[in-house]
Design a protein around this ligand. Structure first.
Ligand code: C2O
Ligand code: CU
Ligand code: CU
Length: 483
């Protein structure tokens, strides 16, 4: 009896592996049959079809009052062309794909009028990284029905940072982000204003929203999940930066600031430049690091951000420097003329008040586990009617997050709403230098554990979850209530 059971289990495992291998093989076939000829033809033989990198527009403030800003955002359906002139359905905020940049000042009160023009889908707009009360966080509780609008108001009360916004409807976030709904929210303050770093938006300060997408045989962007996607999250073989595949960006010969967002549904980016050109990371998710950190490779989990400065001054005009994710070229910088203004990479960027473990009144554990549809946190999957953790307002807590090693373990980027935290420890040690700033997402490879510390300054219901959107949608999410 026991031997028969073992045999059956073995057969099931073999079947599962065969189906997985089939999808894997099919994906590879797609790669060679559609993408290779498109890239070769369009980019090398015909210079008129070279794509220049789109730079998202800065959204116009509709309110003349200095201290109050008012913005209009419309989530809508449209079409875009990514490769080979094929038009495909995409979603965008106020446009075809992605959304405009919202620029905010610390201390400012902001009102956003959000309209859901997606036709037949509910949506929400979540402010990722923003420290605001739960009722304006834009999580799964603040649903905007089709053809409805929502007016949301909050005050910016955190340091200069590169944050972002994206939909967060319960179990349906993956598709909407994949189709194009995401935009940047940039906060500036007295520190960022004074630093002599590059800050001319569109001239020496550029946002790069990095994503990967899978176009089908007909060049269409369709969100369907095969078994590999259910396991590891949706990956694709077509990299996009600001919605463009393999584009060129002219940069001044000199120092250039890049605001990087890993806006992929699942992929972890391992970014590096041609010739392993070093660059300096000056900011993490929630703002400036105290000191620039010199790097040759930067790892960003899904939803993580980094601000970096690259110095192109040793290159000649016209030279090309590619940006890679592992061995895939994401885009190419072309060195142009020098700008008139001198910029620096200062030794000291800001000061960050470190939160001491002694300040914590409570510690909690979060265990990331399961696979496929069963991914969960502490053995539980998301239930919108259940509060998993109750946190006292204005108290400091330590959250110990672990991703236990196991046969099917995989990486998970763990994200917490409504706070910026500090990483006390990664695997029992001080975190790497570029993780010693404010963070709202932390990447855990299999077998890793981190200790986070945060002070919860806003009331309301908030989410914590894996930012692989297919894991989040499957239920790898929980809720905490701050009161
Ligand atoms: Cu980018 Cu729940 O968030
Ligand atoms: Cu968030
Ligand atoms: Cu995950």
């Amino acid at each position: 009896m026991k031997r028969e059971m073992n045999l059956i289990i073995l057969i099931i495992i073999v079947l599962v592996l065969m189906v997985g291998a089939f999808y894997f093989y099919n994906d590879d076939k797609n790669k060679t049959s559609q993408d290779a000829p498109i890239r070769g033809l369009a980019k090398e033989n015909n210079s008129s079809t070279i794509t220049t990198l789109p730079i998202p527009e800065i959204l116009e403030d509709q309110n003349p009052d200095e201290k109050i800003a008012e913005y209009d955002l419309i989530a809508q359906k449209s079409t875009s062309v990514f490769v080979n002139d094929v038009e495909t359905e995409t979603y965008g905020y106020n446009g075809n794909y992605l959304g405009p940049v919202i620029k905010a000042k610390k201390g400012e009160e902001i009102t956003v009028n959000i309209k859901n023009a997606l036709g037949d889908e509910e949506t929400t707009v979540h402010w990722h990284g923003l420290e605001v009360p739960g009722d304006v966080d834009g999580g799964p509780h603040q649903v905007i029905q089709p053809n409805e609008s929502l007016q949301t108001t909050f005050t910016i009360n955190q340091p200069a940072a590169t944050l972002w916004y994206h939909p967060h409807p319960l179990h349906k976030t993956g598709k909407q982000v994949y189709k194009g709904l995401a935009g940047l929210l940039l906060i500036e303050d007295e520190v960022s204003d004074k630093l002599p770093i590059p800050k001319d938006y569109g001239r020496n300060d550029f946002p790069l929203v990095i994503q990967d997408r899978q176009l089908n045989q007909n060049g269409k962007l369709i969100y369907d999940l095969d078994m590999m996607d259910v396991m590891h999250g949706k990956h694709g073989d077509t990299p996009l930066v600001n919605g463009a595949n393999d584009a060129l960006l002219e940069v001044p010969k000199g120092k250039v600031r890049l605001r990087l967002l890993n806006g992929s549904n699942a992929r972890t980016n391992r970014l590096h430049l041609k010739d392993e050109l070093p660059f300096w990371q000056i900011g993490s998710d929630g703002g400036f690091l105290e000191k620039p950190v010199k790097l040759q490779e930067l790892v960003l989990g899904a939803s993580e951000r980094a601000e970096v400065i690259v110095d192109f001054s040793s290159y000649k005009e016209g030279e090309r420097i590619e940006l890679f994710d592992q061995n895939v070229r994401l885009m190419t910088f072309v060195v142009g003329e020098e700008l008139d203004k001198e910029t620096e990479i200062p030794e000291q960027l800001t000061t960050i008040k470190t939160i001491k473990p002694e300040e914590a009144t409570k510690s909690r554990e979060f265990v990331l586990q399961g696979m496929g549809h069963m991914v969960n946190i502490n053995g539980k999957q998301m239930d919108i009617h259940r509060i998993d953790e109750e946190v006292n307002l204005d108290e400091t807590e330590i959250w110990e997050v672990s991703n236990p090693n196991g046969r099917m373990a995989m990486e998970h980027p763990f994200h917490v709403h409504g706070v910026q935290f500090q990483i006390l420890e990664r695997n029992g040690e001080e975190p790497p230098e570029n993780e010693r700033g404010w963070k709202d997402t932390v990447l855990l490879m299999p077998g890793e554990n981190v200790k986070l510390i945060a002070t919860f300054k806003h009331k309301g219901t908030f989410m914590y979850h894996c930012h692989i959107l297919e894991h989040e949608d499957a239920g790898m999410m929980g809720q905490f209530q701050v009161d």
